[in-house]
Design a protein around this ligand. Sequence first.
Ligand SMILES: [Zn+2]
Length: 595
Amino acid sequence: MALFPAHFVEELKHQADIVVVIQDYVQLKKTGATYKGLCPFHGEKTPSFHVNRDRGFFHCFGCGAGGDVIKFLELHDKVSFVDAVKLLAQRFGISLPEPEQATDEQRASTAEREGLLKIHEVAAAWFRQQLASPAGARIRQQLDDRRITPTTAEALGLGFAPAGRDSLKQALTKAGFSAALQLRAGLVVQREDGTTVDRFRNRLMIPIARDTGSVIAFGGRSVDEGQQPKYLNSPETPIYSKGRTLYGLNLSKAAIRQGGFAVLVEGYFDFAQVYQSGFQAVVASCGTALTPQQGQYLRRFCGKVILSFDPDAAGQGAAAKSCEMLVTEGFEVNVVTLPEGGDPDTFVRRQGGQAYLAELKRSTPYLEYLLSETARRHDLNVPEERARFVDEALPIVNRIPDRTRQELFVKEVAARAGVSEAAVWPRITKVVTQRSAGPSSSQLPALGQVTKAEKALIWWLVHRPDEVGQALAALTNDDLRGFSARSVLDLARQLNEDREFSPSMLFERLSTADAQLVTGVAAEPEPPALDLDWCVREIRRGRYERERAEIQRAIAQLQRSGDGHNPEMDRLLALNGDLGRLIQGLVGSDLKGPN
Ligand SMILES: [Zn+2]
């Protein structure tokens, strides 16, 4: 964005009619205030793709794609922001300004990233060609043996890197890519004698893409018996970081967003089989433990994960770390253990997609699963083992945030260990609040859920930008903590503070996922709420409720520890009272009605 002056992009978007641009690709029909057509981003027979000419955005109610005219070109033509701007300028005969604002370094790195994306795109196409060629027959047979249909292979963009030492290098050089860029992309490697050869030779090629679909790396799987290593991956590059990428999200994000959950599998082939079976809300971790960055990335699409790993592996190593991280990131986590000791790949091939779906429905909450696993590790007929089991189970029970479920767990632990519940309870140290003490879950928004007040603010941001300044200025950083649309509203606040707020400016800075959220709300014909003051009060009330719930948890904990009279308790009780009054005040002003 630093490449073009802001006013230039604004002016360009003003000139470039979004309906005219999209009509180059999609047949649009005017219905009421908006235009409708068949979505170019997912297959459909009835139009759910909307274009709002006045507000300058598009949104698909089917797959969630959305954004401004620049985002449309970025997604549709798979080009960078800069290229999309150039295309638009060309199309509407507007001359580009000198890129005065960019430093040489910025220019170099932007150009490099664009080059890297381009070279991956060309390499992916070339690998696909090789798979389709006579030389790829052996690999096509292997895919067939693994029960991967040509349709799935195409959807996944699978390809083949032939055995020659530099076939790809020659093709890329012929296509005009410099030797330096080929090296930087990790598609060729330099030998000690200075010569360069293809990194991927004689391998099945699996492209790894961003959720927008741009290919940024490759996984290469061995195709011969004994060929080492079994998997060879692209190195980290300026466009690819393993710890920030989830395999398959480009294909599955719409299904994940729609269902509100994702099934997490381990490998490419697990992904391929599950996806092929018709169940599309799936992503693959590709072996290693998930990083918090991957968790946050996934958090933009759903709040629940069902972990479907090898049965032996789920409780340990990478899988256990992934579960712990997901729980910490606020996901609801379930674990599915497949019978017959198979991975999802094998299971789906043998039993079919329906049977797999049935297993998913039988998945167990992670903590319950941990308890069963702990019990399994001990011979509960031996007294010392029973004691050890209770010791190991206690930390699990302590982590259950819900009193009723915790009681069930204590029962279960006691029953398995053959001791009385009364013997277990004193050993539970950190006890959660009684349900009645905190706000009920219906008062607090579920994680990942966008509240009505947030939606209303977003709607107004797009449709009545001149009227939201005051509401944005009234909200603080603290008010927005914990809210799902925080990144959108924070951005709007910043722009508002810098006196730069406009819907167009907002769209430009939004991530692809946030743009979908915004266009999804803005595409609704009516605002979710009419009173902006109410929205601000509602968000603040949410904040106070959250803070009060935390304090009440702390109070209950102190009470449990039976620590008589404690000055800390006085402080907490006072805070609890203050927050209660603040909340009452906010609710009270609602009763008086808007004024
Ligand atoms: Zn769509």
